[in-house]
Design a protein around this ligand. Sequence first.
Ligand SMILES: [Fe+2]
Length: 315
Amino acid sequence: MARIIAGIASSHVPAIGAAIDNGRTQEPYWQRVFSGFERSKEWMAKANPDVVIGIYNDHASAFSVEIIPTFALGCAAEFPPADEGWGPRPVPVVKGHPELASHIAQSVILDEFDLTIVNKMEVDHGLTVPLNLVFGSPKEWPCRVIPLAVNVVQYPPPTGHRCFMLGKAIRKAVESFPEDLRVVVFGTGGMSHQISGPRAGLINSKFDKAFLDNLTRNPKKLTRMPHLEYMREAGAEGIEMVMWLVMRGAIDDTAQEVYRFYTVPASNTAVGHIILENRQRGAAKRRAAGQPRRKAATKARRAAARAKTAARRSQ
Ligand SMILES: [Fe+2]
């Protein structure tokens, strides 16, 4: 059975992608940002997921402004990087998982979430920057990635509650997929940013940090937050944070925060990042610790006891 082992949230600032692509990660300004993801890369290498479900938003790259689906699930085998105005980013093609994606589409749509099924799509910085932040810049991404694009670019975006409930439906779908896959869900976007108008460059660290606290401990409170509060407190583009609630809905209520990073500014936004792990249960925990399965361990213990008794009798 497939299972979700963790959720990760991260900003997807395009300037981070440009810093990587132009070899500027060691400059002091960018070093401050990238150093915060070193532990995440180690965590990710250890977690070694089979599949990432990447919740992100398309920035008029795949869908233009003519068609804007609220939730669009990528069911293709491949998703090339989009040309965002200066050529496609020099990152690997994202390899999808059409079987799991189609299974999620079926389960979630029959659970009354009307996803748009996308069989051909290019993906922009919204997805590829978070992949860089936790996987670095490999020749191939080390796991399959299922993109799920959420509309946060044209009013009305989905509510936080709707996003959270979609996460729960995704979890149900993943856990009914028969293959033994380890899945990590990414929520991307945010944190506070306003890219135009008189408030351009707005940063509200107090709001962002409270959001991170609540994401771990009290996500239900966030599901009740109206769009206007996101935009008033975190800037117009701060609304991207509703996507983090899809991730939060897909993991345990009691998920454990294992890492957090926050820095300002990057470009003119705040960068936030968090890793929430599901508590491992039973067999999965023993396997991760390199211990034998319970049945095998019990069998071995019983065999040893029988041998001991037989040895005693023969003396
Ligand atoms: Fe964005």
